[in-house]
Design a protein around this ligand. Structure first.
Ligand code: UDP
Length: 240
């Protein structure tokens, strides 16, 4: 008889910045559409996909704080921004014929379900994409940390960290240093001691402490989401 094949489950973190396209602010429907197409393709192939989207295309709490706003209030604005990204993605998934649900950590019954982990897993088992919005619902956290926490709670096998304009982790900033070298693989401790830009430190330690692998890859290269899901050698893999 053997074990039934366990479907593969991933948490896909999408950069909010990428959603803005070249405009820098707000949502570029063409970008969201292509992302929905790629997610649809891997779901049809049998993968279970949960998504966390950043909010950097709207507001970042830390930036508003520097300009004089209260940190917690500006963080809430940041979280609300992520929900707009979630609704945009849901819309294009629907147009692609891919069923999806948005669950938010701040309840807003008219637009989304509340975050209910067991229900999220049930959606995934039924082939629905689950999009987690509003981060953790708490100021001073990030959507990277949210992605790590949600990945652990739904038992995803890896955190697929889609970046905007960079195809992995480098030893220095490739946009400033033409000799920057990309790592194929790294362990968590190297990321922390060298302060490499994978995710914020709360997210990294959460992954390290629970042995959750992270794949950092370029989101906007066509076909990359499928490559990430299929375990092809792209980007940088962080594990122990
Ligand atoms: N945020 C928060 N708590 C969370 C998740 C997000 O306060 O659990 C706020 C925070 O202000 C952050 C903003 O939402 O700057 C947008 O998220 P993030 O910066 O992670 O987006 P990204 O840079 O990945 O696009």
């Amino acid at each position: 008889a053997g074990d039934p094949v366990r479907p593969r489950r991933f948490l896909l973190k999408l950069s909010g910045e990428a959603f803005a396209g070249n405009g820098g602010l707000g949502v570029d429907p063409d970008v969201v559409h292509s992302m929905a197409r790629e997610i649809g393709a891997v779901v049809r192939d049998g993968a279970q996909i949960a998504v966390v989207i950043g909010g950097g295309n709207f507001f970042r709490g830390a930036e508003l704080q520097q300009r004089g706003m209260d940190r917690a209030r500006s963080d809430y604005m940041g979280m609300l921004g992520t929900v707009m990204n979630c609704l945009a993605l849901q819309d294009f998934l629907e147009k692609e014929g891919v069923p999806s649900r948005v669950q938010t950590a701040i309840t807003m019954g008219q637009v989304a379900e509340p975050y209910i982990p067991l229900r999220a897993v049930r959606h995934l088992e039924k082939g629905r994409v689950v999009i987690f919005g509003a981060g953790m619902g708490m100021p001073y956290f990030s959507t990277d940390t949210t992605a790590a926490q949600r990945a652990l709670e739904i038992h995803a096998e890896a955190l697929l960290m889609g970046k905007n304009g960079v195809d992995g982790v480098y030893d220095s900033d490739p946009r400033k240093n033409p000799d920057a070298v990309r790592y194929d693989a790294l362990d968590y401790s190297e990321v922390i001691t060298r302060d490499l830009k994978v995710a914020d430190s709360t997210a990294i330690t959460l992954c390290r402490d629970n042995s959750l692998p992270i794949l950092v890859f370029e989101l906007l290269a066509e076909g990359n989401i499928a490559r990430a899901v299929n375990g092809e050698k792209i980007g940088t893999l962080v594990n122990s």
